[in-house]
Design a protein around this ligand. Structure first.
Ligand code: CUA
Length: 339
């Protein structure tokens, strides 16, 4: 029964490991690998200290316990220079072992985060909003919620925020750095392999902080180049040919006044240029559920409390259906692509 709390804790923690890639314990890039190696090093040091302390502790209480016939106080001693030097020097050595890789690594990453160190690298501006992510590419287009990068290359993320402090964290790729309004931070990540890496906002930023998820999608370089070209080529009208009624409803209901598509429209809300490729709705919900998408348009507060999208309680079912169809047609990579 003493193991019950341990079992309960493992059970609760097992939920944390279930999420795809949302773990720092399975590093997929050099920055994450460095963090993981340092975690192992400090666990090794802590384990060594714990073992030594507990062995001495149990040895002492066993060996020097009060035995039958022990009636007098044992000889009282205080002060032992040799022992005091020993238990001062050993912790200093252990701290040095932890200190050197931590500090050198921190400086390396600081230098590595400097954009001027990466003249040719892909450079993406990341802006945190309550509660979504904006990704501006140097080529001049914007993506929302899902950021595409080339695999195996350093990518510099320039971090900013629009409203309050957020924090950009992709546990499988590296550490977290805050997005602070009025301050520009930088973070360099490198994904070893193509794949989808889940990210989270790591700074409490309001009622829907826990729902402020995003994804990093790493593609092979040639696929990434093709994606950039396709993103640049998207125009509202061109894609609207598939779903003209939805395109019109999108304009009439003023969606376009917040959501940019193909470089047109305002960008106060997430760009929807490649909405049809998205893997989640609002960062966390099932993207394939039409009813959920309609519910989102009708009453966004019901799904993400405190977000800034206005409700559309009076929108007609006809318009909703058309808008959903239009949004689904906004594909750049195609919804059934392997990632
Ligand atoms: Cu944004 Cu928490």
């Amino acid at each position: 029964w003493r193991l019950v709390p341990v079992a309960l804790m493992l059970f609760l923690l097992s939920g944390c490991l279930g999420e795809e890639n949302l773990t720092a314990l399975d590093p997929k890039g050099p920055a994450a690998q460095w963090i993981y190696d340092n975690m192992l090093l400090s666990i090794a040091v802590m384990t060594f200290v714990s073992i030594v302390v507990f062995v001495i502790f149990f040895l002492v209480i066993f060996k020097f316990r009060r035995k039958d016939g022990d009636e007098e106080l044992p000889k009282q001693v205080h002060g032992n220079t040799a022992m005091e030097i020993t238990w001062t020097v050993i912790p200093i050595i252990l701290l040095i072992i932890l200190f050197i890789p931590t500090v050198t690594g921190t400086f390396d990453f600081h230098v590595n985060a400097d954009p001027s160190e990466h003249e040719d690298a892909v450079y993406i501006k990341v802006t945190g909003h309550q509660y979504w992510w904006q990704f501006d590419y140097e080529e001049g287009f914007t993506a929302g919620q899902e950021v595409y990068i080339p695999a195996g290359e350093d990518v510099v993320f320039e971090l900013n925020a629009e409203d309050v402090i957020h924090s950009f964290w992709v546990p499988a790729l590296g550490g977290k750095i805050d997005n602070i309004p009025g301050v520009t931070n930088a973070l360099t990540l490198n994904a070893d392999e193509p794949g989808v890496y889940k990210g989270k906002c790591a700074e409490l930023c309001g009622p829907s902080h826990a729902l402020m998820d995003f994804k990093v999608i790493a593609l092979e370089r040639d696929e990434y180049d093709a994606w950039v070209e396709d993103m640049l080529a998207v125009e509202q009208e061109a894609t609207a040919a598939n779903a003209e009624a939805g395109y019109e409803a999108f304009q009439e209901n003023a969606c376009i006044s917040c959501h940019a598509i193909g470089g047109q429209g305002m960008a106060t809300g997430p760009a929807l240029t490649n909405f049809g490729d998205r893997q989640t709705l609002a960062g966390v919900y099932d993207i394939d559920d039409d009813e959920l998408l309609k519910e989102w348009i009708r009453d966004p507060q019901s799904l993400k409390q405190g977000n800034n999208m206005p409700a559309h309680p009076d929108i007609s079912d006809e318009d909703l259906d058309a808008i959903v169809e239009y949004l689904r047609s906004l594909q750049v990579r195609g919804a059934d692509q392997e990632y």
